[in-house]
Design a binder for this molecule. Structure first.
Ligand SMILES: [Mg+2]
Length: 390
């Protein structure tokens, strides 16, 4: 089997009401699908994360830089192709956009290997489990969304069967060093630091005694602010604290992790095997969170998970963008002995809920069952693509 072509599909869903986390303003949900075509008539699918900019610049990287490297090559040599994709354009950096672009191609190559061997990808990767426990990823900031609206939202997830819910924290304009101040629409739906503590209390109360609450600060705080926030909440009521400080502040994150009984998780904004090696070695996180569509694909994510296992750390991947990102990460998670929990975005997005002919469903126990078809095991809905194509 040889790769004959690489193509992309650009999709965009504009939200009725924009949403925000601690520092990012989101009026729309973009998606760049990568398709790797072969002379065997099989097409592999992947997603290249398009966070931080337009779809077109990411597409240019996939088609201009990576496509010439993989055309004519055998998808089964995915490890060799990954090294070439990372090495030949290495002057363009070993993090960020290049790793996002490689992620899309690498995932599609693994999908092809699964299809060609007629095996679901997670079983090729080790097949540790056939079901995953989903957690509701939600509780974003939005216009007019006060703590009572948040509490109602959070309570609804428990009623639907979720046993863990994650909400956003950190959109605090009163903290003068918050990176929020440099970001797009930095005055949208902000909440002062002290009121943010009340949001968490409201969400915690809405969950009842048996469900778990995680909070995600998206790099907004200093170590001291993170500790002050957690001190105000109480140490035993939060499942994990995600990305409390800047990704580059590994020492600060390690100080927070050491000081808290609550596990610190992260960092979705880290990329590549070497980045996660340094993160794990510095003890900056108690829970490791790579993302198949962002960190560099299935190939480095497997190694990062093995590295985490060697340090007795669990892996809960970051999963946010679309149904493509969900299915790619599902296969990765299902292969892991130190995984099992799936981040499941609850914000309205047809690029998650309507992208495939058979959508990914969470049952009333909060469980997702792995597909039985070969490779990623999904088919794109042409109707959805036609509706949201850019
Ligand atoms: Mg996060």
């Amino acid at each position: 089997m040889k790769v004959t072509d690489v193509s992309t599909i650009r999709l965009r869903y504009r939200m009725d009401t924009p949403m925000a986390d601690a520092i990012h303003y989101m009026p729309e949900r973009p998606l760049l699908i990568v398709q790797v075509h072969t002379d065997a008539g099989l097409t592999g699918l992947g997603e290249a994360a398009s966070y931080g900019g337009d779809l077109e610049s990411m597409e240019a990287l996939v088609l201009g830089v990576l496509k010439p490297i993989v055309v004519g090559e055998d998808p089964f040599a995915v490890e060799r192709l990954w090294q070439r994709m990372a090495s030949r354009p290495h002057q363009r950096g070993t993090r960020g956009m290049l790793m996002m672009a490689i992620s899309g191609v690498d995932t599609a190559l693994w999908d092809l290997i699964g299809q060609a061997t007629k095996t679901p990808l997670y079983r090729l990767l080790g097949g540790f489990r056939d079901t995953l426990t989903a957690y509701a990823s939600a509780g974003f900031y939005a216009r007019g969304k006060d703590k009572s609206v948040l509490a109602e939202e959070v309570g609804g997830y428990v009623e639907r069967g979720f046993r863990t819910v994650k909400i956003k924290v950190g959109r605090n304009p009163d903290l003068i060093w918050n990176p929020l101040h440099q970001m797009w629409s930095s005055d949208y739906a902000t909440v002062p630091f002290e009121d943010d503590i009340e949001r968490v209390h409201a969400a915690r109360d809405a969950l009842g005694p048996h469900a778990r609450l995680a909070i995600d600060a998206n790099n907004a705080w200093s170590p001291a602010e993170a500790l002050r926030f957690m001190d105000a909440i109480g140490p035993d009521r939060i499942a994990w604290l995600e990305e409390p400080v800047a990704t580059e502040d590994r020492r600060g994150s390690a100080e927070v992790a050491r000081a808290l009984a609550t596990p610190v998780s992260g960092y979705e904004t880290e990329t590549g095997l070497a980045g996660f090696r340094d993160l794990i070695l510095s003890r900056a996180a108690d829970i490791v969170q790579p993302d198949v569509i962002w960190t560099g694909g299935i190939t480095p994510c497997r190694k990062i998970a093995a590295l985490a296992e060697a340090f007795h750390l669990p892996v809960i991947p970051h999963v946010f963008s679309s149904a493509m990102s969900t299915i790619a990460n599902m296969h990765f998670i299902a292969s892991l002995p130190n995984g099992g929990l799936l981040e499941f975005d609850q914000n309205p997005n047809p690029l998650r809920s309507e992208l495939f002919e058979e959508p990914i469903v969470v049952d009333e126990q909060g469980t997702v069952t792995m597909p039985t078809e070969p490779g990623l095991g999904v088919r794109l809905s042409q109707e959805t693509i036609d509706r949201y194509r850019v």
